[in-house]
Design a protein around this ligand. Structure first.
Ligand SMILES: [Zn+2]
Ligand SMILES: [Zn+2]
Length: 276
């Protein structure tokens, strides 16, 4: 029985994705890396000794092993797999996280050393669970399934909070404007292509006449309306200054004569003679 238990423990230790063994795997990862590096050193040194003097073989092997150790093995991340079968996501121990201790709740950025599977850099509290950043499932690190100290992911949204609100608003406005501009350009291009592809439909006599009367009415009505508005504005503003009001009224009349009449005269139409 004892041998089966030891065998299961060793097997669990090398189960590379189980949340239950994560704490142990994290704690011994550097020791395992050192043992692995020593093994590599011995193999390399023995191989090189056949080709060169012992001191040279040992020096070259040491340089290679030290390089490998500090590049790949030192503080290497371990993996855990989310137990939610619909998620099945892999989470690495060097993921930035927020402490689950209610009195701390601080972010842990140096997750290579202070991982959520171990303890917080700030309050040194050991975490009991982690909320999966793929699906939100609680991943427990022990069989007691305690949620009391549950670490969470440091989201980009949290980091964005450091951007001042004014700048964030401006960025959002620029993004929306860019979107509108792109949309308008695309619509224009689409219209040009459609116009080129579709033959222009000849207007009927009725459509031409309707357009003509609309233009005529719009030009005359709007001119008269603007004239009336300007005169009313003069009456209001210069009610206590008759001389100035007279001068301003004269200017409006001159404008009406020079612009409105010209506008009518510029486009003489046979069907509008009655209003000229
Ligand atoms: Zn903490
Ligand atoms: Zn998950």
């Amino acid at each position: 029985m004892a041998s089966t238990k030891i065998l299961n423990s060793v097997k669990n230790l090398f189960d590379k994705e189980s949340p239950q063994t994560a704490k142990r795997r994290f704690k011994i990862r550097n020791w395992l890396s050192i043992i692995f590096a020593i093994a590599i050193f011995i193999i390399l040194a023995v191989a090189f000794m056949r080709l060169m003097p012992a001191w040279m073989a040992e020096t070259i092997s040491a340089v290679i092993v030290v390089s490998i150790y500090f590049t790949f093995l030192n503080n290497r991340a371990i993996k855990i797999r989310c137990p939610n079968t619909e998620c099945d996501g892999i989470i690495k121990s060097n993921t930035p996280w927020k402490c689950g201790n209610p009195k701390c709740h601080k972010d842990n950025e140096k997750a290579d050393v202070f991982s959520f599977v171990d303890r917080c850099e700030h309050c040194e509290t050991e975490q009991k669970a982690y909320k999966c950043h793929h699906c939100g499932e609680i991943i427990y690190f022990s069989e007691d399934k305690s949620k009391s100290l549950c670490a969470t992911f440091v989201t980009n949204v949290v980091r964005k909070k450091s951007v001042p609100k004014k700048i964030a608003d401006e960025i959002e406005t620029i993004r929306k404007t860019e979107h509108e501009l792109k949309k308008a350009k695309l619509n224009l291009e689409l219209k040009i292509i459609k116009d080129e592809l579709e033959p222009k439909k000849e207007k009927t006599h009725e459509e031409i006449l309707r357009e003509s009367v609309k233009d005529f009415k719009d030009r005359n009505m709007s001119g008269a309306r603007i004239y009336a508005e300007l005169m009313a504005e003069n009456a209001r503003i210069f009610k206590d200054d008759p001389d100035e009001r007279e001068r301003q009224d004269l200017l409006v009349k001159m404008w009406a004569q020079n612009n409105f009449d010209n506008l009518v005269q510029k486009k003489p139409r046979s069907d509008e003679r009655g209003c000229e």
